[in-house]
Design a protein around this ligand. Structure first.
Ligand code: NAD
Ligand code: LMR
Length: 329
């Protein structure tokens, strides 16, 4: 018997990430090739944005996706999030050249109080929320705190793009396929303070750290390359990453819904106090996923350098949180 459709809400649906994301969701890349989906698309009420959204929907229609059971356009989060099983919060202002993601805090934070409240009111009680809009960790924190009737664990932020960037840099360094590499993580904030960590990684079962055996490369090349990749893309393209961001969003939610078969992935999730990260801080952790529930990988040794890096990214997140306190009442 065919499965009942799942409702996927996407905000910022007429934006550049939206354009790379929606077609893949409708094609079954997010929830599986046997899972029908209904897309509930939110854009700002502005006439131009709504017209652009109509155009995107015309193109979605023209694909005649077999798994697409419906698509609706919205300008109100209260209708867009109704009964949503998955909510991808993409809509927000992107940064331009010379900006840091936290410079967007003032512009974007308000969006996530409104949307958190709407999710609280109308979404499925099991809704899986991924925040992509920057600064993603703090926006996810705002949405989570604005939705007191939903479990905090339903709110996550996207560190998967950083994870994938790290994976591809390591694969190139050791001349191995990305599929051979396991046990990688990126700790902390989606910002240049993030800490991509390959100390536990293996490639075909052998230690990546030993294969690289170059701490100078780690500190002076790998960490800044991954940490500043978003800015490098803005510099090269003139606009921020879109297709790779959409791809990471698909990876994040697919793994959350369908599981990781014991493999580690990185998710920005509310801390449960693990590794000394204060409870509810939305922090990049290594996780495994089974039956739709993520679990932080426990018992990893944190050496002095790693602790220093974790402290730095945590400090930034706590400062960002302080900066939005007034929005949370
Ligand atoms: P974009 O400007 O092309 O599109 C954003 C869309 O969101 C626009 O169409 C806009 O009208 C819409 N929007 C704005 N406010 C909204 C609201 N309140 N409700 C619904 N829609 C709203 O931007 P983009 O390139 O698609 O990027 C979107 C966000 O994702 C930016 O904040 C960007 O920095 C962020 N981003 C995050 C990551 C990550 O790894 N976490 C990666 C890439 C981009
Ligand atoms: C990225 O990492 O590519 C995004 O967060 C966009 C940005 O502002 O860097």
């Amino acid at each position: 018997m065919a499965k009942a459709p799942m409702r996927v809400a996407v905000t910022g649906a007429a934006g550049q990430i939206g354009y790379s994301l929606l077609f893949r969701i409708a094609n079954g890349d997010l929830l599986g090739k046997d899972q029908p989906v209904i897309l509930q698309l939110l854009e700002i009420a502005d006439e131009k944005a709504q017209k652009a959204l109509k155009g995107v929907i015309m193109e979605i229609d023209d694909c005649a996706f077999p798994l697409l059971a419906g698509v609706t356009a919205h300008s109100d989060p209260m209708t867009a999030f109704k009964d949503a099983d998955v909510a991808l919060l993409v809509g927000a202002r992107p940064r331009g050249p010379g900006m840091e993601r936290k410079d967007l805090l003032e512009a974007n934070a308000q969006i996530f109080t409104v949307q958190g409240k709407a999710l609280d009111a109308v979404a499925s009680r099991n809704v899986k929320v991924l925040v992509v809009g920057n600064p993603a960790n703090t926006n996810a924190y705002i949405a989570m705190k604005s939705a007191p009737n939903l479990p905090a664990k339903n709110f996550t932020a996207m560190l998967r793009l950083d994870h994938n960037r790290a994976l591809s840099q390591i694969a190139a360094k050791i001349s191995k396929p990305v599929t051979s590499i396991e046990k990688l993580t990126v700790w902390g904030n989606h910002s240049p303070t993030m800490y991509p960590d390959y100390r536990f990684s293996t490639a075909d079962g052998k230690s990546v750290k030993e294969a690289i055996n170059d701490e100078v490369w780690n500190k002076d090349v790998f960490l800044p390359t991954v940490g500043k990749r978003g800015a490098a893309i803005i510099d090269a393209r003139g606009v921020s990453s879109a297709a790779s961001a959409a791809n990471a969003a698909i990876d994040h939610v697919r793994d959350w819904v369908l599981g990781t078969n014991g493999k580690w992935v990185t998710m920005g999730i509310p801390s449960d106090g693990s590794y000394g990260i204060p409870k509810d801080t939305i922090f990049g952790f290594p996780v495994t996923v089974e039956n739709g529930e993520y679990k932080i990988v426990q018992g990893l040794e944190i050496d002095a350098f790693s602790q220093e890096r974790i402290n730095l990214t945590l400090k930034e997140l706590l400062e960002e949180r302080e900066g939005v306190k007034h929005l949370l009442g």
